[in-house]
Design a protein around this ligand. Structure first.
Ligand SMILES: [Fe+2]
Length: 452
């Protein structure tokens, strides 16, 4: 369900505005139902005991995610809906700041049955209010349904977090409810090939106030030097060449922080890979297979991405370079919301939306190409960039500082583009994700850049 497809263009006539509001409200109600159905589809194969277990210190028990999704919805779509913003995060059991992830396993958590009852009760109240609020209001929280899209994206993003947890699941592997397979590669792309941006002034970020997060705003002009960037994400085959060349053991390719991580972690391959004599095997949920050389490498941390790039005689792109490569249409002198244009993301255009449960070989989505000529920038794997997570010039926290602002600084690196586990409503060219440079539980890969 794409909200943007159901919306008419705004016309300043009250009856049309009202009608538009009603259409938008029903589109929102359908999208909320669809989001919940997906969350439940993901957790249905998991036993009650496994939902309550903390499978990894980095991840919450899944039942906590479910309770938190509902509590966030109640906070923003009932309490904060039309008036003073009372809390930016809900107080109590499901407040992420009161209970950091590593301790959530020790919390007294409700049963799945109780959580479902609570979510259904909240949803009933949310829907009753939805049909009373004025979505044409000047209040930016309500205008164009912004707060509803924020809550929808929050659920979509937690779905991806739940999938990270399920990949880390202890005991029997998660039986993934696969619904489709990525198409076979129809384009012959050569990993490592680069395209060139000749430099100039470009627009980065967005002014959108209907779906974009505060950290994506405002749109601003930046002068960008010429650079080259890989046409595809780095593949498993390329990464095996790095391993075979002794890349993990050669200090020349690693930063000081990277060398410290190598020593502490002892890692010598991407997470979920193991050497099986004849080659490398990878596990995705309940499926083990010999690595496919043509798929993007996944589950590497920033340090591994950076070391590979040095070994290859390249570097990681800055996030501005990444966004230029994904969004800048030089011939028209404008930015695009998606590499292919304005059509919302879907699993037919790019490897997104979870239910393929894997990356796809490069060249599988011929329409997933940017004006510059980069493939696969949306979907498959989040791509590490060399940039710290910082505010765009002119940034204002909205509607709460705890989404982005409290994370600005040099601790986090920015990732772009979404992964196979990202829902289409939570990805676009301007979307910014961030994580610690040592993290590998995320569905993360990268592509390289170079000075021109
Ligand atoms: Fe959250």
């Amino acid at each position: 369900m794409s909200l943007s497809r159901l919306e008419a263009n705004g016309v300043p006539m009250s009856s049309i505005t009202l009608e538009r509001s009603a259409t938008l409200a029903s589109a929102i109600a359908s999208a909320l139902a669809e989001a919940r159905e997906r969350t439940l589809t993901l957790v249905r194969p998991v036993s009650d005991a496994d939902l309550r277990l903390q499978h990894d210190p980095l991840m919450s028990p899944i039942i906590w995610d479910l309770g938190h999704i509902a509590a966030f919805e109640e906070l923003w779509l009932t309490r904060n809906l039309d008036g003073v913003i009372e809390f930016s995060e809900m107080p109590g059991l499901f407040n992420p700041f009161e209970h950091p992830r590593r301790v959530r396993g020790a919390l007294v958590l409700p049963s799945l049955h109780d959580v479902i009852d609570t979510t259904e009760d909240i949803r009933r109240r949310v829907l009753a209010l939805l049909h009373q609020v004025d979505l044409a209001s000047h209040n930016p929280l309500l205008h164009d349904g912004y707060v509803y899209r924020m809550v929808l994206q929050h659920e979509y993003q937690h779905d991806e977090t739940i999938l990270q947890t399920l990949q880390l699941k202890q005991g029997e592997a998660y039986r993934a409810p696969r619904a489709w397979s990525p198409p076979p590669a129809s384009l012959r792309l050569t990993p490592g090939d680069m395209v060139r941006f000749s430099g100039g002034e470009v627009v980065i970020g967005t002014h959108d106030r209907s779906a974009a997060y505060d950290n994506e705003r405002p749109a601003h002009t930046v002068a960008v030097k010429p650079f080259a960037i890989d046409v595809t994400p780095v593949t498993n085959d390329q990464f095996v060449q790095f391993i075979d060349a002794g890349g993990y053991g050669d200090p020349r390719w690693w930063s000081d922080a990277g060398r410290r991580w190598l020593e502490e972690s002892g890692c010598r391959a991407p997470k979920h890979w193991w050497s099986s004599g004849a080659g490398w095997t990878v596990r995705v949920m309940d499926r083990e297979s010999v690595i496919d050389p043509q798929r993007p490498v996944c589950h590497v941390c920033y340090h591994e991405a950076e070391a590979f790039a040095r070994w290859a005689g390249k570097r990681l792109p800055t996030e501005i370079e990444w966004e230029v490569a994904a969004s800048w249409d030089a011939s028209a002198g404008r930015r695009l919301d998606f590499p292919w244009g304005s059509e919302p993301a879907s699993h037919l255009l790019a490897n997104v939306d979870q239910l393929a449960f894997d990356t796809a070989p490069i060249g599988s989505y011929p329409r997933n190409v940017s004006p510059l000529g980069c493939y696969g920038m949306i979907g498959d794997v989040w791509e590490w960039t060399s940039s710290d997570f910082a505010a765009w010039p002119g940034f204002t926290a909205y509607p709460y500082a705890e989404y982005s602002q409290v994370f600005f600084g040099n601790e986090y690196k920015v990732l772009r583009g979404g992964s196979w586990a990202t829902r289409p409503g939570a990805i676009r060219n301007s979307f910014r994700n961030w994580d610690y440079p040592i993290r590998r539980q995320i569905f993360s890969g990268f592509r390289c850049a170079a000075d021109d």
